[in-house]
Structures are given as C-alpha cells and as structure tokens.
Design a protein around this ligand. Structure first.
Ligand code: ZN
Length: 198
C-alpha cells in the first residue's frame, strides 16, 4: 500500500537520527567537567555522608557512561542499563558500615564488596544463569568494575584484591581525570567513525 508521503508498507521506518558530533563532543566534555567539579567540591571539605552520596553517584554514572561509550562493543549494548545500575547500586554496600559507624566511629576504608571478587561472582552468575537473567548479571558485573575505576582514585581507594590482599588500592586522582579525558576523546572519535560508516 502506498501512503500519501510516498512510502509503502515495504518502506523501512526512518532510522532515529543520531546526535551530531558537536553534541556528542559537548556531552563527553560535560561529563569530564562534571567529574572534575564534583571532585573539587568533595575535596574542599569534609561533607556529611548524604551530601557525599548525592555528589558521588552522578560522578560514578558519568565515569561509567564515558567508558561504555568509548569501549563497549556495539553488540553488547544490551548490557548498558544494567552496567549503569551496577555502577551506582554497589554503593548500597556502604549502608551497613554507615549504620555501624553511627555507634563505633573510625571504620577504615570501603567495604570488601568493593573488590574484583564481586565482579567475578556476578560475572560467574551471569555465565551460569538462565538466558533471561544472563544479561542482567553480566551488566551488573561490568557496572561494578566501572565503579571501581573511580573509587580507586577517590577517598581511601578500594580493597581491589580482597580476599587475596585486604589492603586498599589507590591510584592518583590526576591519573583518573587524565584517563577520563582520554576516554572522552575516544568516545567522540568512535562516534565519528560510526557516523562515517553508517
Ligand atoms: Zn563506591
């Protein structure tokens, strides 16, 4: 059947237009800028825990989104919502420490669940789980790994190798910001290449 605009039932629906390169560049630069500003504010003084949480989670989302945009293979796009969720939800493991801290001050470091062990457990469940939940667990594993990228460079670091090594691992904050800036450049370059191919 031919419609008034000339399309027929056999005409494929129009592809949603992808954002232009300047829009993507602005988004990526904005994400890096957001992370830098949030970290400046966080380092300016000692904030109450709820304020830290409100500031820290958008920076985690920006970190995860940049790394996914730059590095995640297109065929794995189904992982994105789960990875973004995992990049934030892992911080729920702080809640028991905060409750404990309310009665016993001075609990050092981040919880041991902030480690590659959690990533491996989630990834293993993702491999072994029924097909319908495989994507969810694989995405959550990826999200926790992306979360650790930021946590290694902020506060007390993270017990990355727990239980093999309980010590917190840290990386210099400027190195993290540099990696994020390079990741943003990669993401923009990837977008440009994808548009050229399409
Ligand atoms: Zn964390």
């Amino acid at each position: 059947m031919r419609h008034r605009n000339g399309a027929t039932d056999a005409t494929p629906p129009p592809r949603p237009s992808s954002p232009g390169p300047w829009a993507v560049a602005a988004l990526c630069a904005g994400a890096v800028g957001l992370i830098a500003v949030i970290d400046l504010v966080l380092q300016a003084r000692r904030w109450p825990v709820p304020v830290v949480a409100v500031l820290d989670e958008p920076a985690h989302l920006a970190t995860a989104a940049l790394l996914l945009a730059a590095l995640l293979p297109r065929r794995a796009r189904g992982l994105v919502p789960w990875a973004l969720a995992g990049a934030v939800l892992i911080d729920l493991d702080h809640v028991p420490l905060y409750l404990w801290d309310a009665v016993a001050a001075g609990v050092p470091g981040r919880p041991v669940t902030h480690s590659l062990c959690t990533v491996l457990v989630l990834a293993a469940v993702g491999l072994l789980a029924p097909r319908r939940v495989r994507t969810a667990f694989s995405g959550l594993a990826l999200g926790v790994a992306l979360h650790l990228v930021r946590d290694l460079a902020t506060g007390p670091g993270a017990p990355l190798w727990w239980p093999a090594g309980p010590a917190s691992v840290t990386v210099p904050h400027p190195a993290y910001l540099t990696v994020m800036a390079l990741t943003a450049v990669l993401a923009v370059g990837r977008h440009l290449r994808t548009r050229r191919v399409a």
